[in-house]
Design a binder for this molecule. Structure first.
Ligand code: IDC
Length: 396
């Protein structure tokens, strides 16, 4: 701020000089001497330089002040640098180029009615690996990995879970930071109510309604916030129970964010999208999630996806792994490639699990690697190298 005032003062005094010089030139009629006009030109050049400096300073100021408060008007977070490595982003800021996304005839379209595909990375549980919810990390993922979407995984029932013994205000803070960083960087962001061990989302339905009321009232004006209302119903959870949960939670979100994109998990760890096809929800802008782990889920689940997508079901792969369903074990890159080919054919968005240095195959950072950005291949596990190359367009 101080330097802006300094430049403004310098500009003012230069302006005075220009005025004085003009007055002097006026006195000499139209036959100004070369010396005087050279002085005038030099003053004008100085002024132009100062204007440039001022513009640059204002630009950096906007960027560094661009993190909006949770309930700030969405418009305050507009200016962001151009992503470098996003194959679908020829227009600069990805979020601004694609705007509010919508589901039309089972397909995900952008504000220009063009098909759009999100390439995402999911955090690990925000209670355990919050260090990756930084602008630095998201920027590196965007510019070096080609990521245009981050998923914020808020576990509900585990140790440190939002509905068990987790620190709710700290967890909410991670959500706010994550959404703000993604917004500033021109990325989409999925707020994932990460149900898992409780099996049925109805177990914490009241908490879910309260949570999504808070998120959607904070970010109702944002076009880049996507709500994932239940990660993976499993065990005894049927589609009927998931559906009735969705029918209560979705109107809470819609009251604050009428056109929001909403992702709904399906039974059997988000594999039973056929159940949703048989009895879909009646809301607009809803996609059903399918999750796969390439070393476990193969042709059979891919056939299901093909069948459902051909029948017009909107599907979103909000979590996948290159390894087996435990998040560990060996990678199966050949199967992952099969999955990615299919996702490309149907233009289905894909978000990979997970941003952590945990000692498990799916944690993309090398065990012990503490870097938060600018990872070399040696800083990554094999899954990380593969994902970086795939999302970055090197293996597509
Ligand atoms: C796993 C994590 C692991 C953590 C466990 C908690 O990778 O570190 O201890 O959850 O229960 C899912 C889930 C996702 C799992 C992942 C791998 O959505 O939470 O993460 N997985 O098991 N569905 C299929 C696989």
């Amino acid at each position: 701020m101080k330097s802006i005032m300094k430049i403004q003062r310098r500009a003012l005094s230069a302006l005075c000089c220009v005025a004085l010089a003009l007055a002097a030139l006026g006195g000499c009629g139209s036959s100004a001497e070369g010396g005087n006009s050279a002085e005038l030109e030099s003053l004008q050049a100085q002024l132009e330089d100062m204007q440039r400096e001022l513009d640059e300073l204002k630009g950096s100021q906007t960027a560094s002040e661009g993190v909006p408060a949770a309930n700030a008007n969405a418009k305050s977070a507009e200016s962001t640098p151009t992503p470098q490595l996003n194959p679908t982003n020829a227009n600069g800021n990805f979020r601004e180029a694609h705007g509010a996304l919508k589901v039309v005839n089972g397909r995900l379209l952008d504000q220009n009615d063009e098909p759009v595909r999100l390439y995402g990375m999911s955090t690990h549980g925000l209670s355990w690996y919050p260090q990756y919810v930084t602008e630095e990390t998201f920027r590196s993922l965007r510019d070096e990995w080609g990521i245009n979407c981050v998923r914020l995984a808020l576990y509900t029932a585990e140790n440190g879970g939002y509905c068990t013994d987790g620190d709710q205000s700290m967890l909410r803070n991670h959500i706010l930071n994550g959404v703000n960083h993604a917004t500033n960087l021109g990325m989409y962001v999925i707020v994932d109510w990460h149900i898992l061990s409780e099996q049925d989302p109805n177990v914490y339905k009241e908490q879910a309604k309260e949570f999504f009321d808070w998120v959607s009232s904070s970010y109702g004006g944002y076009t880049n916030v996507i709500y994932e209302i239940c990660n993976e119903p499993n065990g005894y959870a049927t589609w009927d129970s998931v559906k009735s949960y969705a029918e209560e939670v979705i109107p809470v979100i819609r009251a604050n964010d009428p056109d929001a994109l909403i992702l709904v998990g399906t039974p059997t760890w988000s594999q039973d999208i056929d159940k949703a096809l048989a009895d879909p929800l009646s809301f607009d802008n809803v996609l059903y999630t399918l999750h796969f782990y390439a070393a476990t889920h193969k042709d059979e689940l891919r056939s299901r996806l093909k069948k459902c997508a051909n029948a017009g079901l909107p599907v979103f792969i909000s979590e996948f792994g290159t390894c087996d369903a435990s998040g560990n074990g060996g990678n199966d890159f050949a199967q992952t490639e099969e999955w990615m080919k299919l996702a490309e054919d149907y233009n289905i968005s894909t978000v990979a699990w997970n941003l952590s240095n945990k000692n498990e195959t799916s944690g993309v950072f090398a065990n012990g690697c503490e870097k938060l950005s600018g990872w070399s291949d040696a800083d990554l596990k094999e899954s990380g190298v593969w994902l970086k190359n795939y999302f970055g367009g090197l293996s597509r």
